[in-house]
Design a protein. Structure first.
Length: 297
């Protein structure tokens, strides 16, 4: 009868079981290198965990079990996962490398959601000026001050920041204009990014505002409409451009008169949301629609 010896054996077994069931953080990324702005997926391989806490090393976190994440600037980041259960936790870390995108991209954040803008290299004055203003935080908390459904949404007036309700807007800027860069290969299809400007009577050279821009919402078009425009205004669309207008709609009557210097690469549905807001008789939204921008680099 040696019952005394059973207690240590039972305790030792309990310790082994406790150790075996402790949470273990483990994950992998199918790709450890990506371009800024691309989605990166993380596969969670943790064991015995109930709560997950991710730190992506860029100031953002997540509690999703298996998140996707975007890094907006190039560099090396340490991604960490902490897996927890019953007050115990372990952490696993991994380095990922983010490289600069191949194109000039800007993240446009709005109260309705985010868009990614691509800026064209063949409109360098407008591209470089837009990038400069973005990096200076010029657009921070400015408004979409003019919204016209089936036409466009407009912003970039510095006077819109902290403006009073019903205050007339649309005449502000950085104190300079830009020479027109109107090219036939860039058209006003839905999602086109273009520079606002003063009318021809006061601006015969069609110089662009230094900061105000619009994004085309547009309307559906048919081939007859496009042909009439080509005949009446001397325009000549390629087959690819015609197909783009027929598929997505736009505002082709602006072609040849305003500089198109980019387009919405991602987030066309956000334009629809902005175009659908209630607005006053000056086409200013009843509730302020703020923006901010970040250069993806």
């Amino acid at each position: 009868m040696r019952r005394v010896g059973l207690l240590p054996i039972i305790c030792a077994t309990a310790l082994v079981l406790s150790s075996c069931t402790a949470p273990r953080a483990l994950f992998e990324a199918p790709l450890k290198t990506a371009k800024a702005g691309e989605w990166m997926s993380f596969t969670n391989l943790s064991k015995n965990a109930e709560i997950y806490s991710w730190d992506f090393g860029d100031g953002t976190t997540s509690t999703d079990a298996a998140p996707q994440h975007r890094f907006w600037e190039s560099g090396r980041y340490t991604v960490s996962l902490t897996a927890s259960a019953e007050g115990k936790s372990t952490t696993k870390s991994m380095d990922v490398q983010i490289t600069a995108p191949d194109k000039c991209l800007v993240l446009l954040k709005t109260d309705m959601g985010d868009m990614i803008l691509e800026l064209y290299d063949d409109t360098p004055y407008h591209r470089d000026n837009f990038v400069k203003l973005v990096e200076e935080d010029f657009y921070e908390e400015l408004l979409f001050h003019r919204v016209i459904p089936n036409f466009m949404v407009q912003g970039g007036d510095p006077q819109s920041k902290h403006s009073k309700a019903n205050q007339p807007l649309g005449r502000g800027g950085p104190g300079y204009t830009l020479p027109a860069e109107i090219l036939s290969n860039h058209i006003h299809v839905k999602g086109a990014l273009a520079a606002a400007r003063l009318p021809d009577a006061a601006n015969p050279e069609k110089n662009s505002s230094g900061s105000q821009f619009y994004i085309v919402h547009g309307k559906q078009l048919d081939e007859r409409h496009l042909q009439l425009l080509q005949d009446s205004r001397g325009l000549s669309y390629s087959q690819e451009q015609i197909e783009a207008y027929l598929a997505h709609g736009g505002t082709p009557h602006l072609d040849g008169d305003y500089t198109v210097f980019g387009h919405v690469l991602e987030g066309l549905d956000i334009i629809d949301k902005i175009a659908g807001v209630k607005r006053n008789r000056r086409d200013r939204p009843d509730e302020d629609l703020k923006m901010s921008m970040l250069l993806i680099k």
